[in-house]
Design a protein around this ligand. Structure first.
Ligand SMILES: [Fe+2]
Ligand SMILES: [Fe+2]
Length: 359
C-alpha cells in the first residue's frame, strides 16, 4: 500500500513549493568557531542514532487507543456528541485524533528538515553551518520515525493550515535569523510541548519511546537557536528587534488559538461548535498551553528579545511568568528520559535472551 493511501483527507498535489529569495553564503575563514557552538556540534555528531535499530518496531498498538492515552487527553472527551457514542465509535475518534496529531508532527518535521537545510546554506558562520548539518540529519530521522509510526496507525492527515502558514512565513523571510526564530524557537517550542504530552502520558511504549528520542534531539536544536541568536540580537537596532518581537507575539497567539483540529472534526462528521467548546474547556489543552509557553518564553528572554512589545504581549496573554522557567533543567530532563527508554529496552532484550538461553 502506498503511504498516500493512508491519507484520510486529500493532501492535494504531491509537492508544495515555497518560492525563495535569499543569498546562499560561503565562508572562507574556516575559523574554529565559538567553543559552545563547536561543543554542540560535537554532541550532535556523537548522539546520532538510527530509527531502524534503536526502536523495536514490532511493538503493537491498541486498535481503539493506539497511544494508550488517558481519556482526558482527547480534547473533546466531554463533548455531548462524544459522550453518547458507542465504545467502538469512541475508539475511531480517539485513533483519528492521535493520527491527526502525529501527522502534524511528521509534517512539521519535514518543515524542520527544510529549515535546517536552509540555515546551512544561509547562515554566515561556519560553526553554525556545521551544527545545522547535524540537525538536518536529525530532522530526517524524525520524519522517518513518525512516518513509520503512522504507517502502523494506517491513517494520516495533511498538514493543518495554521502550521503551514507558520512554516511558509518562516521560509519566505529572507533574513537568516528569522528561520531560527520561526523554526528553532517557535515551532520547536510547540513541538516540544506536544511531544512531551505523549512521551509523559502514553502507556503505549512504542509511542512514548519515539517521542522521547525525538525530544532528546530537539532539546539540542533549541540550544542551537539560543546560542546563535543570543550573539546576534544585541547587534541589531531596537527597530529591528521590535520587528522580531512582533513576529513572536503574533506567532504565539496563532499557536495558542489556531491548532483547533477543525478539519479532523469535520472529517469525522462532528458538530464543530460542541468540539470547539469542549476543546476550550479541556484541562489537557490548558496544560498544553502552559507547557508551550514554558518552552518558549525563557528562550525569548534569553536571546534578548525582551523589549516592551514582547513583555506587553505576553502579559496580555497571561503567560509572562513562564519566562522564569528553567530551560536547562527541562533539557537535562529530556535527555535523561530518553536514556531511561534505552535502559528499558536493553533490559527487556536481556530478559528475552536469558529466557532463550534457558530453553
Ligand atoms: Fe525534529
Ligand atoms: Fe528539531
Amino acid at each position: 500500500m502506498a503511504f498516500r493511501d493512508f491519507y484520510a483527507l486529500d493532501p492535494g498535489e504531491k509537492n508544495w513549493s515555497v518560492p525563495q529569495d535569499f543569498d546562499v553564503t560561503f565562508n572562507w575563514d574556516y575559523d574554529d568557531g565559538r567553543a559552545a557552538m563547536m561543543g554542540l556540534y560535537a554532541k550532535g555528531k556523537e548522539m546520532q542514532w538510527d530509527a531502524a535499530t534503536r526502536i523495536d518496531w514490532d511493538q503493537e498498538l491498541d486498535e481503539e487507543n493506539p497511544e494508550q492515552m488517558p481519556e482526558e487527553s482527547l480534547p473533546i472527551h466531554m463533548a455531548p456528541c462524544y459522550l453518547k457514542m458507542s465504545a467502538k465509535e469512541k475508539g475511531a475518534v480517539r485513533k483519528n485524533f492521535q493520527a491527526w496529531q502525529l501527522s502534524q508532527f511528521m509534517q512539521g518535521e519535514q518543515g524542520a528538515l527544510i529549515c535546517a537545510a536552509k540555515i546551512v546554506t544561509q547562515v554566515p558562520d561556519v560553526d553554525s553551518k556545521f551544527y545545522a548539518a547535524t540537525q538536518t540529519i536529525d530532522e530526517a530521522r524524525h520524519v522517518e520515525a513518525y512516518k513509520r509510526l503512522l504507517t502502523k496507525f494506517g491513517v494520516v492527515y495533511p498538514m493543518t493550515k495554521p502550521l503551514q502558514d507558520l512554516i511558509e512565513q518562516t521560509l519566505r523571510d529572507s533574513r537568516w535569523d528569522m528561520t531560527y526564530l520561526g523554526m528553532q524557537v517557535v515551532i520547536e517550542g510547540l513541538a516540544l510541548a506536544s511531544f512531551g504530552q505523549i512521551r509523559d502520558h502514553a502507556q503505549n511504549p512504542l509511542c512514548a519511546q519515539v517521542n522521547a528520542y525525538v525530544m532528546q534531539d530537539e532539546s539540542r536544536h533549541v540550544a542551537f537557536g539560543r546560542l546563535a541568536l543570543r550573539d546576534y540580537y544585541p547587534q541589531l537596532t531596537q527597530k529591528e528587534r521590535d520587528e522580531r518581537e512582533e513576529f513572536l507575539v503574533e506567532a504565539s497567539y496563532l499557536m495558542r488559538d489556531r491548532f483547533d483540529a477543525v478539519e479532523l472534526w469535520q472529517n469525522l462528521g462532528l458538530p464543530i461548535e460542541e468540539c470547539a467548546t469542549a476543546m476550550y474547556e479541556s484541562g489537557f489543552m490548558e496544560k498544553f498551553r502552559n507547557s508551550l509557553f514554558t518552552r518558549i518564553l525563557p528562550i525569548v528572554k534569553d536571546i534578548g528579545l525582551w523589549g516592551e512589545y514582547v513583555q506587553k504581549g505576553y502579559t496580555e496573554m497571561g503567560v509572562i511568568d513562564y519566562a522564569k522557567a528553567d530551560v536547562q533543567a527541562l533539557q537535562d530532563e529530556d535527555e535523561n528520559i530518553a536514556r531511561q527508554f534505552d535502559a528499558r529496552q536493553k533490559d527487556i532484550e536481556r530478559v528475552i535472551s536469558r529466557a532463550q538461553a534457558a530453553e
